[in-house]
Design a binder for this molecule. Structure first.
Ligand code: SF4
Length: 225
């Protein structure tokens, strides 16, 4: 039984709205902490780990809005939460923040032993420490404020690459990255950076031209978390 502790900002059940698992009921575990510094980040409240903002598990589970507070949980604690809250999903999405700042193997092992499948969503800037069966979504964040490089090991481990796009420059950056890291077979999902028509049209046209897939953040169209 793993006694490994994780700093959790949010834990909830919803529908995965992005990438290969779109439509899959999923338990989302959002880890606190990210130094990558993407300007458009929609989870900036996860960036800092402030020890004075540690809260009891129940307070974290009943947050009514996004904020920087977090709770410490072991994988076993999380399994108890899934049961107590009556979660039915059997797929777990480990996200952040940047979840790969920490070793996720103990979490994956504990969940897989109970019949859950795991997926991690990462920026590709940290070593990915997960189980062999964990599905890895790399959303490469190039030239961000934090100054982290995309790792070859992350690009090689990826089961899917998910890239936000708003401009032609983003598409060119992605192509250069795929070439540099010799990514040829891994499915590529383009994700419009917003629900605006221009970004969406660019993503559609680029997907058709390159035989890439479109990921439209279904949860944002549905107005769910
Ligand atoms: S890597 Fe993710 S959490 Fe971190 S700044 Fe970028 S978008 Fe936000």
């Amino acid at each position: 039984m793993s006694k490994h502790n994780y700093k959790i900002n949010e834990l909830f059940e919803t529908i995965q709205g992005e990438g290969s698992f779109t439509g899959q009921p999923s338990i989302f575990i959002r880890l606190q902490g990210c130094p990558v510094g993407c300007s458009w980040c929609d989870t900036k409240h996860t960036w800092e780990i402030d020890d004075s903002l540690r809260i009891p598990v129940n307070d974290m589970l009943t947050k009514s809005q996004e904020d920087e507070r977090w709770a410490n949980l072991t994988p076993q604690d999380m399994l108890h939460v899934f049961k107590d809250r009556g979660f039915k999903a059997k797929h777990i999405v480990i996200t952040g923040g940047e979840p790969c700042m920490v070793d996720l193997n103990p979490m994956c092992e504990a969940f897989e032993a109970e019949g859950f499948s795991c997926q991690v969503e990462t920026s590709g800037t940290f070593e990915i420490l997960v189980s062999t069966d964990c599905w890895v979504t790399v959303s490469p964040k190039v030239n961000m404020k934090g100054g982290y490089a995309i790792l070859q090991s992350a690009m090689s481990r990826a089961n899917e690459i998910k890239h936000p796009v708003a401009t032609e420059q983003h598409v060119d950056d992605l192509k250069a990255l795929l070439k540099k890291h010799q990514v040829e077979q891994t499915p590529v999902y383009l994700q419009p950076i917003s629900q605006k028509e221009r970004a969406t049209k660019l993503a559609i046209d680029t997907c058709i031209k390159n035989n890439w897939r479109l990921s439209v953040q279904v949860h944002k169209y549905l107005g769910i978390e």
